[in-house]
Each structure stands twice: as structure tokens, then as C-alpha cells.
Design a protein around this ligand. Structure first.
Ligand code: SF4
Length: 226
């Protein structure tokens, strides 16, 4: 954690937002889509639908058109409208700040709820996305594969006030250094303590979806482990 903090002093969420509702919507849109693409779409979306009531009453076809470029736009438009309808009907148009309330909203899972809790409300939460899942396995922080179990294991060994920032930093590290298939171990601040370091590059043509270590060419480690 100390090394990642030094490497990424600003633990930030890349999704541009100005309110919990905007972050909730942006997080729903970010499924199977880059944050950059989401950030291109949300200014138009939020200008046209500034409140939960506006989103709850939106015509589905109009919503779909605005968010089309983020992919899976029909499913996402429905999820955004249904979530907004729940926020309006059950929480007076305000995004709730408790995990049990957030996950009771249609279309909102635990990862999304943790993002909103940690980033928008400052309530400890550890979102487990694809990067956190991959890095927690490579670093042997947990042997769990299920996001809920990964969250439970990491939260048990890290102070609550660090949960959100650790998740954000793991995501940043997973995007910049420990990238899928070709982790840049020689440039990694965790290289000397990571059990998965220096296993070698991903073999050309290695199957995607395989386990990280088996897709790489093993290389003997030096006595120092570097
Ligand atoms: S040493 Fe390599 S495998 Fe381990 S966290 Fe760093 S980049 Fe990822």
C-alpha cells in the first residue's frame, strides 16, 4: 500500500462526475466500456437529464440514442431508467448512502455500490473490478476468484479508511503497469515482493482467458528474487 501510494499519490476515479447520481450512472455505463468513452457521453446525458426524476421519466429510445456509443446501450438505458425510478420512488430522488440500499436499486451490483460509497460519499468501500481481481491474484493477496470473497479477504487485512484508495490504486496500476497479458514487471514498484514477478513475457499467440502464469514463459528467478 505504501509503495502504491507513493506511485499514485492521487487515488482518483477516472469517471467524471459532479454528484453521487452522476457517478452511479457513469459506473453503470462503464461496464464493458472505457472510462474515456463514458466521459465523452456523460456531459450530453447529464445536460439533457440533470436529475433522477428526469432520468426516471426519460423515453427509453432517447436514452439509448445518447448512450449508444458505450455499447450494450439497450440494457444500460433500461438499467439507468429503472435505477432512477427506484431512487425517485424509494429515496426521494437522492442516491442512498448505505450498501444495503444501493444494492436494492435495480441494475446496481456490489461493485457499483462500492464505487459510489467510496468515491462519492467517502464511506469505506472496496470495489472489485477486473483489475483488482487480477492483481489481487497475482500478488497472492487472496486465492478467491469471486469478487465478494476477494473484497472480504482484502478488507480483512487493510484498514477501512484505505479500502477505496487501495482499490483505485490497484486499478491505476492494472491499467498502467500490471496490464493484462503483458505486465511490465521490470517497471513495477512491487516487482521485488510480488510472487508473480519475472515469470517472463506472455508468449506470442498465447490463448486469451488462460491463467496468467501458464500463458507466460517461465524464467528462473535470481537468488534475490528480483
Ligand atoms: S511484479 Fe509484475 S505481476 Fe506483479 S504486480 Fe508488478 S507488474 Fe504485476
Amino acid at each position: 500500500m505504501e509503495r502504491l501510494r507513493a506511485e499514485y499519490p492521487q487515488a482518483t476515479c477516472a469517471l467524471v462526475h459532479e454528484s453521487p447520481l452522476q457517478l452511479l450512472v457513469a459506473t453503470i455505463l462503464s461496464a464493458q466500456c472505457t472510462d474515456e468513452r463514458v466521459n465523452m457521453v456523460t456531459p450530453v446525458l447529464f445536460a439533457r437529464y440533470p436529475t433522477a426524476v428526469d432520468l426516471a421519466e426519460a423515453r427509453l429510445e432517447d436514452l439509448e440514442e445518447v448512450i449508444r456509443s458505450t455499447g450494450f446501450f439497450r440494457m444500460k438505458a433500461l438499467a439507468i431508467r429503472e435505477m432512477s425510478q427506484d431512487v425517485v420512488a424509494r429515496f426521494g430522488g437522492q442516491v442512498p448512502r448505505r450498501m444495503e440500499d444501493l444494492v436494492s436499486l435495480r441494475g446496481v451490483g456490489r461493485k457499483t455500490a462500492n464505487v459510489v460509497l467510496g468515491v462519492a460519499f467517502g464511506v469505506p468501500g472496496l470495489p472489485v473490478d477486473t483489475h483488482v481481481t487480477r492483481l489481487s491474484g497475482l500478488l497472492r493477496l487472496t486465492s478467491a476468484k469471486d469478487p465478494v470473497e476477494i473484497e472480504r479477504d482484502i478488507c480483512a487485512m487493510v484498514p477501512a479508511e484505505e479500502w477505496t484508495d487501495l482499490s483505485l490504486r490497484l486499478i491505476m496500476h492494472g491499467r498502467r503497469v500490471c496490464v493484462a497479458r503483458t505486465p511490465r514487471c521490470t517497471q513495477c514498484v512491487l516487482g521485488d515482493i510480488c510472487p508473480s514477478a519475472d515469470l517472463g513475457p506472455v508468449r506470442p499467440g498465447a490463448r486469451t482467458g488462460g491463467r496468467h502464469a501458464t500463458a507466460r514463459t517461465a524464467r528462473p528467478r535470481s537468488p534475490s528474487g528480483s
